[in-house]
Design a protein around this ligand. Structure first.
Ligand SMILES: Cc1ncc(COP(=O)(O)O)c(C=O)c1O
Length: 381
């Protein structure tokens, strides 16, 4: 049977690492997972309890396409609590994860062949989803002196219909402050391009609070999720905030593409938003892990790292150690039993010289992983 040309998207290289790690575990080895981009914790207890109660009482049929009204209201209230932004619940759309939000956003904003700028390094699925929609992902090679975030000069002549940013970013964990985010918004709007802000790692920040694009403009799409801070990756629920006059456009697409985000997950998500104490407990673990990594990685020999402002990743420049991050990650897995992600997933040009380390797992795993990495690097000298 035939296939479309736009369906030829690249696989996630990290999946190969995960498969190799699985095989090693099958063979009886204990692998430390620093490749996975998800919390080791499950959904907060209050979320599970709320869903358990709901299962006894509710048939959990379709919800309306924009999401449960109580959840939309609660999300709008979060913007007051976190950023002091007064947001109308009417502008909040509940989505099947932020991944569902990308599909809705790109479909709503762009036409076939439109060029959309994405930072490199960056989350790989932006590029693949854009391609699958017959849009043109345009990699913006970001500079280390800008902490690997785009700046207006990087895309002045790229003829973009849209710009997608992430803060805190994956794989770097770096953030855009008010000034940097404002400059990107101004430059994008001056080019009559759409501004999309992926804020999925908000809530997981260490020194300063992350800035939402909504503090600076209403003319943007903000995409967020219950996957990371709320620790609910597999529940497939997220949200998007769009300008007032885009809500109906999104509603029509959402009705047809998804009907709704999973009802059960929406019930759990609403309750998760009241589980502050447990979620802050998870954050304390990330804080401890981050400190261990920032001390342990340079000691082991991974010296070129920028301290991450948020998320749970450290992106390391390993050009002094290898020019083939995929082979290097395979060697680390084989010899040290630590799974890490080659940078090629995030940056096709420079990723052969980078690795991403995730510290989302339990602190004991991070400690053990660092001991193993140090021994591996010492044996290499
Ligand atoms: C930057 C970024 N955006 C979006 C996603 C997708 O998340 P979701 O589970 O909400 O679809 C991820 C997942 O790792 C991510 O790192």
């Amino acid at each position: 049977m035939r296939n479309s040309t736009r369906s030829k998207v690249d696989p996630f290289i990290v999946m190969d690492v995960m498969e190799a790690a699985r095989r090693a575990e099958e063979g009886g080895r204990r692998i430390i997972h620093m490749e996975v981009g998800q919390p080791g914790t499950g959904a907060p207890k209050g979320a599970v309890d709320a869903l358990t109660r709901s299962l006894q009482q509710d048939s959990l049929g379709y919800t309306v396409a924009l999401g449960l009204p109580e959840l939309r209201q609660r999300i709008a209230r979060l913007y007051g609590e976190w950023y002091n932004v007064d947001l109308s619940p009417d502008r909040v759309v509940v989505t099947p994860g932020s991944s569902g939000g990308f599909l809705l956003a790109f479909t709503s904003l762009f036409d076939t062949g439109d060029r959309v700028g994405i930072g490199a390094p960056g989350y790989p699925s932006y590029r693949q989803i854009l391609s699958a929609l017959d849009l043109v992902p345009v990699d913006i090679q970001t500079a280390p002196e800008n902490r690997l975030q785009p700046v207006p000069a990087d895309f002045a002549n790229l003829d973009l219909a849209g710009l997608m940013v992430a803060s805190p970013a994956n794989p770097t964990g770096t953030m855009l402050d008010h000034k940097a985010m404002g400059a990107l918004i101004d430059a994008t709007q001056a080019q009559n391009a759409a501004f999309i802000s992926d804020e999925i790692y908000h809530g997981i920040e260490y020194e300063a609070k992350a800035v939402t694009a909504l503090e600076l403009t209403d003319e943007c799409y903000v995409i967020n999720s219950f996957s990371k801070y709320f620790s609910m990756t597999g529940w497939r629920v997220g949200w998007m905030v769009v300008p007032e006059d885009h809500v109906r456009v999104i509603e029509r697409i959402a009705q047809n593409m998804f009907i709704c985000a999973p009802h059960a997950s929406q019930v759990a998500a609403l309750a998760a938003m009241e589980c502050e104490e447990e979620l802050q407990g998870n954050l304390d673990v990330y804080k401890t892990n981050r400190a261990l990594m920032l001390e342990g990685l340079p000691k082991a020999g991974f010296t070129k790292i920028a301290p991450p402002d948020g998320a749970f990743y450290i992106y390391a420049d390993v050009t002094d150690l290898t020019n083939d991050s995929r082979a290097f990650a395979a060697e680390i897995l084989e010899k040290a039993g630590v799974a890490v992600t080659p940078g090629l997933d995030f940056d096709a040009v420079r990723g052969a010289g980078t690795l991403r380390f995730s510290y989302a797992r339990a602190t004991e795993d991070i400690e053990e992983g660092l001991v193993r990495l140090a021994a591996f690097m010492a044996a290499r000298d």
